[in-house]
Design a binder for this molecule. Sequence first.
Ligand SMILES: NC(=O)C1=CN([C@@H]2O[C@H](COP(=O)(O)OP(=O)(O)OC[C@H]3O[C@@H](n4cnc5c(N)ncnc54)[C@H](O)[C@@H]3O)[C@@H](O)[C@H]2O)C=CC1
Ligand SMILES: O=C(O)C(=O)COP(=O)(O)O
Length: 528
Amino acid sequence: MHRVLISDPLSEEGIKPLREADDIEIIKETSMSHEELLEAVGSAEALIVRSQTQVTREVIEHGTHLKIIGRAGVGVDNIDLDAATDNGVIVVNAPDGNTISTAEHTMAMLMSLARNIPQAYHQLQQKRWERKKFVGVELKDKVLGIVGFGRIGREVAQRAKGHRMKVVAFDPFLNEEKAQKAGVTHGTLEEVLQQADFLTVHTPLIEKTKHLINEEAIALMKDGARILNCARGGIVEENALYEAVKSGKIAGAALDVFEEEPATEHPLLSLPEVIATPHLGASTVEAQENVATDVSADVLELLRGGTVRNPVNLPSVSTEMMEKLSPYFTLSERLGSFVSRIAEGTFEKINVYYSGELLDIDTTPLTRIAVKGILGRYIGSRVNDVNAYKTAADKGITINEQKSTKTKGFTNLITVEIETDKETRSAAGTRLNGLGARIVQLDQYSIDIVPEGHLIVIHHTDQPGAIGRVGSLLAEQDVNIATMQVGRANEGGEAVMVLTVDKAIDKQAADQLSEIADIRQVDYLTLK
Ligand SMILES: NC(=O)C1=CN([C@@H]2O[C@H](COP(=O)(O)OP(=O)(O)OC[C@H]3O[C@@H](n4cnc5c(N)ncnc54)[C@H](O)[C@@H]3O)[C@@H](O)[C@H]2O)C=CC1
Ligand SMILES: O=C(O)C(=O)COP(=O)(O)O
């Protein structure tokens, strides 16, 4: 008998297949204390949650029999994915089931915001017939700025077009062609901020999107613009939003989510221009049935020894293959992270070439992990070697894996290349006997760096003094250079410097480096 613990409210209709299974015992306890959860998870093979239960490392480690965590919804930011992976627990979610409901909720919030519906209703309840106070704005011909053009962002765009709004969207995976197909205008983040009358965010909450809409971003927006967040608390910085609404810079905001939930005492709720719902985006009969059905199917499948449809963290390689491939996993992922960091533009194609002793083995898992390294720049921990291909396909990125007999003198060589709408960039790496992994080529330049720690990649014109100026500027920042590799196409021509440094530099230091004469591009990253 497999024990399944359900710790958040889930649709009974959706979990019917689990209820009806002879080999499943369900424990549904939706108001457990932390201690009760720790105890209950101890005997469960599956844990199914929504956004409420915080599935921390402590919870996962108490789940000594846990095989799978099912998230009946999209965002997995309440689940410690690293801890799940470390403990061999597969995490699955339900990425499609609540898209429509959340898009519809966003539209409800957009219209309520434009017409002050909650505020006016509140006044009526106080027996006040207020008409002058609640003059709204039309949506027609207004610009809706969308940040994050994934499943929900795209659905919101379609509906906003129905209201004859102009939609301008930013997403690292969106280019002119895809935008045109969707009938929206493609913009940079700055352009979207500058043009939006209403701004709505639909990204995951990951390191890169935390406080994406902060004081600086809001300053770029039109005076009197309005902001919506029906994605995750923390994408819009709450203090910055509070100050902007208080000062009148932002005319109003609609929030379904907060950095800390429940958020009944939040200062934003004291502002009359702010309307809010208690994380209701996915709370419809239909969405709840969809996500519960999807997650139940995966849980049932896995507990019976099958494969899951919506894995979030699952590394699935046979033990035998693992032995051959494992020395190359880290190298592949880091090559992917490295190239993705230096490539500019919208990613369109990923090419991975293998040669030498990698010619005769199935390198697909390595390609997947290279793709994971690349997409991780934008999607964070939600992409893994299992879902990397699907995620790339969803984003319209083609993956091409090739075997090549060109070894360039190495016994094994992996080359990861990204084609964007602007350029093609590549890096090649090898494992040297006894010395570990090395990145040996960046575009046309031969280099030799260990792919770990803090790196700075500088593209410049080969001129006397350039290296010295970089060294001095980093010294001023108290950044110690551990190694430096320089490559150039020809004397006085295009050149590259790759530095490993003892501590990470920040954007400000990188900007200062870019201001040095003859320097064209500065990228910095940490490989770990
Ligand atoms: N309020 C609620 O009840 C619900 C909230 N959500 C939240 O909505 C969000 C979006 O969900 P989906 O559309 O289903 O996910 P999705 O994965 O289909 O789309 C997310 C998009 O954000 C983009 N993105 C990532 N980093 C970005 C950046 N720095 N700038 C711009 N775009 C970036 C990705 O490329 C992707 O296209 C998630 O945070 C999810 O948790 C989802 C369902 C219900
Ligand atoms: O699916 C998501 O990401 C959501 O935010 C929905 O959250 P919920 O399942 O309603 O607690």
